[in-house]
Design a protein around this ligand. Structure first.
Ligand code: KG4
Ligand code: ZN
Length: 338
């Protein structure tokens, strides 16, 4: 069978990314231009600045992705692009670019759901992995426990009722003075702290065993800090980071393992930016091993936003004959396809 090369583009938040992926799982190039330094100045992502940076970076990033892959546009068979969810202005840059290239080169255009992309990051490094499988999706905007029934087809078992897991990391990091980006900074601080020093609540949602709630945990951290400030107690940044991280990890592991057992699943796939957290990976790995569940996670560079994962997801739509129209638009609140 002829090789299929997809040029993939991702610009949903603060990374401008392009990749060339062969046959869905073979990454020929993966270029990521991060805006972290810019947004760090403001303590978080500033949507307007993100769009402007995407405009500046997108052409050089695509050129680099083609160069790294050793291919020209003439050797590309389709263009895949994230069209939601995400920041509307940021998404529009990638969508407009993908449409322009596909139209000019007469190539199929494939709009990809960003979260489906995160899950498909696992296909790249695990050639044997095929749906159906259970997935735990933990990013800055999403926390879902879902079955991927087939490529591009999800059944949601649980979701967060308030903050996403990554959002909670970011907010707690800000509260304890670590700043942006919160996840990696909490992880680093937590390495020197005691995870049992402070008992933060492991929020449950009544009547919904697979839903999550992280805002209570975040509020408990804020209350702890306020109380310490009023009583003059010293606060150990490391202990707060370690105890908060432990609370998040406990909740995620407990719900994921419970769902795997209830739904008779022997494969658990971790996805999204928070999947880069090594405490979470370690805890899930142990819990899965004890129960005979095979645990999959991407390497850190494929956990956070990248375009290789979008190319992997786009491939399975392409080979099923699915195409997006020239009216493809950015959809900031795009629901998971299911
Ligand atoms: O998937 P992602 O790159 O963007 C979204 O689609 O949201 O996820 C970003 C989120 C941020 O909230 C960030 O703090 C979190 O992932 N994150 C981490 C780690 N690395 C990134 N959270 C915990 N530990 C990490 N090492
Ligand atoms: Zn993401």
């Amino acid at each position: 069978m002829k090789d299929i090369r997809i040029l993939a583009i991702e610009s949903s938040c603060d990374e401008t990314a392009a990749a060339v992926v062969r046959n869905g799982r073979d990454v020929l190039s993966n270029v990521i231009s991060s805006q972290i330094d810019l947004h760090t100045l403001y303590g978080g992502v500033v949507p307007e600045l993100a769009s402007r940076k995407h405009i500046e970076n997108i052409n050089p990033v695509i050129t680099q992705a083609l160069l790294d892959a050793g291919v020209t546009l003439a050797e590309i068979d389709a263009v895949g692009v994230t069209y939601g969810p995400g920041l509307v202005g940021a998404l529009l840059v990638g969508v407009a670019e993908a449409k322009a290239i596909a139209y000019a080169r007469k190539l199929p255009l494939i709009g990809v759901h960003h979260i489906e992309g995160h899950v498909c990051a696992n296909l790249i490094e695990h050639p044997e992995l095929e749906p159906p499988f259970l997935c735990l999706i933990v990013s800055g905007g999403h926390t879902h426990l879902a079955m991927m029934e087939d490529y591009g087809l999800f059944r949601i078992l649980g979701r967060t009722r308030d903050d996403a897991a990554g959002e909670a990391f970011d907010k707690v990091a800000r509260a304890i003075g670590l700043g942006y980006p919160g996840g990696p900074k909490i992880e680093r601080a937590a390495e020197k702290g005691n995870p049992s020093a402070i008992e933060f609540p492991r929020g449950k949602v009544d009547g919904s065993p697979y839903d999550f709630s992280f805002s209570g945990m975040k509020s408990a951290v804020l209350n702890y800090l306020n109380h310490a400030a009023m009583t003059g107690e010293t606060v150990s940044q490391e202990d707060v980071a370690a105890s908060f991280q432990q609370a998040v990890v406990d909740v995620l592991v407990e719900r994921a393992v419970q769902a795997a057992e209830e739904f008779g699943q022997d494969k658990l796939v971790l996805a999204g930016g928070v999947a880069a957290n090594s405490a979470l990976r370690r805890a899930l790995s142990v819990a899965c091993e004890n129960r005979g569940i095979r645990f999959y996670h991407p390497s850190p560079v494929l956990c956070t936003d990248n375009a290789a994962m979008i190319g992997a997801a786009a491939y399975y739509h392409l080979i099923r004959g699915e195409r997006s129209g020239w009216d493809l638009n950015a959809v900031p609140n795009l629901p998971l396809p299911g």
